[in-house]
Design a protein around this ligand. Structure first.
Ligand SMILES: [Zn+2]
Length: 194
């Protein structure tokens, strides 16, 4: 039986390399759903498919721990993109540990296109490619549209294609309505008490 993961069928997928960041953030269904980075057997094929595992390499427990810290640091950035608080210094330090140690190499394609990619084979070095994707997205304006669902228990990464950049929920019918109903009930209770 093959396991199916919610991240394999995004309803609001990010374009291009930005999808790699979305894919990492969405390797776990919060608050208590399945986590494909919890188990080496689940994580290995995912890492290979997402360009984070060099051929011939096997992930370690320490790799998965690093990856989970990077995942939550990226989620913190997406929460900020959704209007939430800025990431705290500990979260930024997780990403700086990648930028401070990994190096990129420059390639020139046959058509003259200049590309940047991670030069190393370790997971920490390969993670630099996610930072490179962030940089490109910050330059072309797509970064601000990659957000975390405003339902704090969910925080699923989604790409906001709404015209006014006002998208708030991963899926309105699941998170938006749930919270709206909760707020409505809270208001009704508050109203009844006054
Ligand atoms: Zn949600």
């Amino acid at each position: 039986m093959t396991t199916t993961w919610a991240g394999d069928a995004e309803t609001k997928p990010a374009p291009g390399p930005l999808a790699r960041i979305q894919a990492l953030v969405n390797t776990v269904e919060l608050p208590a759903g399945p986590d494909r980075l919890a188990d080496l057997g689940d994580a290995e094929p995912w890492l290979a498919a997402n360009g984070l595992l060099a051929p011939g390499h096997t992930p370690t427990r320490a790799d998965l721990e690093l990856l989970c810290r990077v995942r939550e640091a990226l989620r913190a950035l997406l929460i900020h993109n959704s209007g939430g608080p800025p990431p705290h210094s500990g979260q930024l330090d997780v990403l700086r540990a990648v930028t401070d140690t990994a190096t990129a190499k420059v390639d020139l394609a046959a058509d003259g296109t200049v590309g940047l990619s991670a030069s190393g084979d370790s997971l920490r070095e390969r993670l630099l490619e996610l930072l490179l994707a962030m940089r490109d997205a910050q330059r072309d304006g797509t970064w601000a549209r990659l957000k975390a669902c405003a339902n704090e228990e969910c925080s699923w990464a989604f790409y906001d294609r709404s015209r006014n950049h006002g998208g708030t929920w991963c899926v309105m019918s699941e998170c938006g309505n749930k919270l709206k109903n909760r707020e409505f009930r809270a208001r009704r209770r508050a109203g009844g008490a006054s």
